[in-house]
Design a binder for this molecule. Structure first.
Ligand code: CTP
Ligand code: MG
Length: 228
């Protein structure tokens, strides 16, 4: 079976709040997105890495990506939502065999994925009929709030995980699920809505998503101490 990686990179980073979208901000001297792509391009199991850009992206072309090798390709058809951007990537991967090939969706904004966690994910799911995702068990005590930021309840954290990416599913199943259930925040959500049961594969907290400016500083420290 082949593996197609899809990297949605068409977001505007509204919570981050910088003029340049967060995926293009400098991280150890290179665009953040470079680090995200490097671990995927270096993974021998992955055949193609499809980056989904916004149609009006003016940042991709300002950097030289060729050092990442020939697996890398772009489509400029990012949509208004993450799910729409992923669907554009799935369309670009249309040579995939529906029942056997895998698609691996990974946020552009997660530059600290380790080769070890990626390898663990692919190895764990290799014989799985559906697929799954990297995730980490919730460590903190969880509170539900009322409208005025008062505690309404403590939510037991047993069995609760934080979903990360990559999320890996059989190509045909994911295409069908996203076509039917696009109002989701991750691919697993669409798969669940379609009646599938994704597997949770324990990942690493270091595989954080850069959402706010403080996350970028943390990502830089993590990458600097665990260089790839
Ligand atoms: N993404 C995308 N197309 C969209 C929205 C998001 O390709 N319409 C991508 C982002 O570029 C990012 C990933 O999906 O790599 C995860 O999304 P998120 O962290 O929410 O990024 P943004 O949507 O850009 O940030 P925000 O929600 O703060 O605006
Ligand atoms: Mg978003």
């Amino acid at each position: 079976a082949k593996y197609y990686a899809i990297v949605p990179a068409a977001g505007h980073g509204s919570r981050f709040g910088s003029e340049t979208p967060k995926q293009y901000l400098p991280l150890l001297g290179r665009p953040l997105l470079y680090h995200t792509l490097a671990v995927l391009c270096a993974c021998s199991a992955i055949d193609r890495v499809i980056v989904v850009l916004a149609p009006d992206d003016s940042w991709w072309g300002a950097f030289e990506w060729t050092s990442l090798g020939a697996k890398l390709e772009t489509v400029r058809q990012g949509g208004a939502t993450r799910a729409a951007s992923v669907q554009a990537g799935l369309a670009a991967a249309a040579t995939a065999a529906a029942g056997t090939d895998w698609v691996l969706v990974h946020d552009a904004a997660r530059p600290c994925l380790s080769a070890a966690a990626l390898g663990q994910l692919l190895q764990t799911l290799a014989d799985d009929p559906v697929g799954g995702l990297l995730a980490v068990p919730v460590a903190d005590t969880l509170k539900r709030s009322d409208q005025r930021d008062r505690v309404a309840a403590t939510v037991p954290r047993d069995g609760l995980w934080q979903a990360q990416t990559p999320q890996v599913f059989r190509y045909g199943l994911l295409c069908d699920a996203l076509a039917r259930f696009a109002d989701v925040t991750d691919e697993a959500g669409a798969m669940e809505a379609a009646g599938h049961v994704p597997r949770l594969v324990r990942g690493e907290l270091a595989n954080l998503k850069v959402t706010y400016p403080a996350d970028l500083a943390l990502a830089e420290r993590l990458l600097a101490t665990a260089p790839r």
